[in-house]
Design a protein around this ligand. Structure first.
Ligand SMILES: Cc1cc2nc3c(=O)[nH]c(=O)nc-3n(C[C@H](O)[C@H](O)[C@H](O)COP(=O)(O)OP(=O)(O)OC[C@H]3O[C@@H](n4cnc5c(N)ncnc54)[C@H](O)[C@@H]3O)c2cc1C
Length: 465
């Protein structure tokens, strides 16, 4: 198929038609051919979970269907590692006589290196690459302090972010118009999805995900409180789709505007909006420190007091296998295993438990989360773990250590969540459920606690100070 003025659009973690600046800009220039490269080995090197890889491939299939309705073909190719991407893309550009390649930026180190190599190879061949920041609401360089330096404190970043956001109207890019092409002219090979995941819980397809956002919007009014209660669905569960870009943060914010309509003040005070700004904050931190963070170095260099011995391995195994003897932590770890997702409050409790109370290196937990989360996202996962372990930018002070028992009493008072996930504890009353007595554990076959909370906390405080 050779057409004049054909643009190649490279889809990555932006698997959507709407609010996709690269796709939109390309479609304004001429005909579009879309490409998706599945880097099978690279995704494993990045410890991405089966669940995320499975969801993403199903999202690519759904994207192809949606693109095909607009007579845009989507070429699917497998490469092993990122290094093979530049040549694969050049071959396609030559095959379809495309002069330009459009894509939305990604910010971790290997992605940056790959994209720079693509740009170099295209330039050497007198072809262009045209890049956008479709994963962010505001352009990376827009939110800076008076000295033109990145913010290190979230509250100040958020204030500046909101100021910038209010100043520039943020529309959502429309999806491209239907092309006048015969799809049969372009061979679109089958997409085989070898990955298992809970596709009964997680849907793909942009339309379904937009509907999911709409369904969630009435919950915004109770979100500030409900978001902390794991037994109810108080949060959007949109993170898997934001991670692979089936929906954008800008579309979510558009939803907030729809929900509050003319009540502008409420929009800017909205707690869910704040969470979306946290997402932007961690992305900005990654952009400014991508070499260091992508190598899993702490944002703040501190003396490291983690155990590096058999005890650490034993504790890590117990944590992974939901055998810590702390019901809220074990239920959290099982939720992750069973669904590929974990509630935010539980991510904080289980991360601090592993790192501060068990003194296991936060990077072990970061990697394990990535290997199991369906929403595994480098910037947010690294940011979350460094926040919990007090090594990150604007992280909790070292002495803030969530007590898994009091957290459990506060956020799961009757044990409703715990019992749903750990049915062996179903018979326990609200006194026993958060930390059963030893004889109760024995009767129910529930493990003894792997640490003594009080002494673990004291040890942590003396080591981490
Ligand atoms: C240790 C740890 C690891 C984490 N790892 C990830 C991860 O790999 N991927 C991921 O998307 N989030 C991660 N988070 C952040 C947060 O837990 C999830 O984004 C959230 O639980 C997703 O559920 P939701 O979509 O229902 O969120 P909602 O409450 O509905 O929030 C909407 C969106 O805002 C963003 N968001 C919310 N909270 C945060 C936050 N604290 N930091 C950054 N973005 C946020 C997410 O994109 C989320 O989908 C992690 C947090 C911690 C403490």
């Amino acid at each position: 198929m050779t057409m004049n003025n054909t643009q190649l659009v490279w889809f990555r973690q932006d698997l959507r038609l709407e609010d996709n600046p690269a796709l939109y800009a390309a479609s304004q220039k001429g005909h579009v051919i879309a490409v998706y490269l599945e880097a099978t080995k690279q995704h494993q090197l990045h410890h991405e979970s089966q669940a995320k890889m499975g969801l993403r491939l199903d999202a690519v299939k759904a994207l192809r269907q949606a693109l095909n309705k607009l007579s845009i073909p989507l070429i699917y190719q497998e490469v092993s590692v990122f290094d093979e991407s530049p040549q694969a893309l050049l071959n396609l550009a030559n095959q379809f006589s495309c002069k330009s390649l459009y894509f939305n930026n990604e910010y971790p180190l290997n992605e940056v290196i790959r994209d720079n190599k693509v740009e170099k190879l295209f330039n050497e061949n007198n072809l262009h690459t045209i890049r956008f920041d479709g994963d962010l609401v505001l352009k990376p360089s827009k939110v800076r302090n008076l000295k033109d330096k990145p913010y290190k404190v979230f509250s100040a970043y958020k204030k500046a972010w909101l100021q910038e956001f209010k100043a520039i109207p943020q529309g959502v890019y429309p999806k491209p118009k239907k092309q006048l092409w015969d799809l049969a002219e372009c061979e679109q090979n089958d997409i085989v999805n070898p990955y298992n995941y809970r596709d009964d819980l997680w849907q793909s397809g942009e339309k379904n995900i937009n509907a999911k956002l709409k369904q969630f919007l009435p919950n915004l009014f109770g979100y500030a409180e409900d978001r902390n209660i794991p037994s109810i669905q108080g949060t959007s569960c949109l993170s898997p789709y934001l991670a692979i870009g089936t929906i954008s943060a800008r579309q979510c914010i558009q939803g907030i505007f729809d929900a509050y309509q003319t009540d502008i003040e409420k929009i800017y005070q909205d707690t869910w909006l704040s969470e979306l700004i946290w997402r932007e904050f961690y992305r900005q931190i990654l952009i400014d420190n991508y070499k260091r963070l992508s190598k899993h170095q702490p944002y703040k260099q501190k003396s490291e007091s983690w155990l590096n011995n058999d005890i650490a391995i034993e504790r890590f195994e117990a944590w992974k296998n939901a055998q810590t003897g702390f019901p809220i932590v074990d239920a959290a770890m099982l939720q992750l295993k069973q669904t590929g997702w974990m509630h935010n409050r539980l991510r904080m409790i289980s991360a601090m438990f592993l790192n501060k109370l068990c003194l296991v290196d936060w990077r072990w937990g970061e990697k394990y989360f990535m290997q199991h989360l369906i929403d595994g996202d480098f910037a947010s996962n690294n940011g979350g773990w460094q926040w919990c372990s007090s090594t990150g930018v604007d992280s909790v002070p070292y002495f803030r250590i969530m007590n898994p028992i009091t957290q459990s009493k506060r956020f799961d008072p009757t044990g409703e969540f715990i019992k749903k996930i750990l049915p062996q504890l179903e018979s326990l009353d609200s006194k026993q459920i958060h930390f059963p007595d030893n004889h109760v554990r024995k009767t129910l076959g529930y493990p003894e606690p792997i640490i003594d909370y009080k002494s673990a906390r004291e040890t942590a405080l003396s080591l981490l100070a």
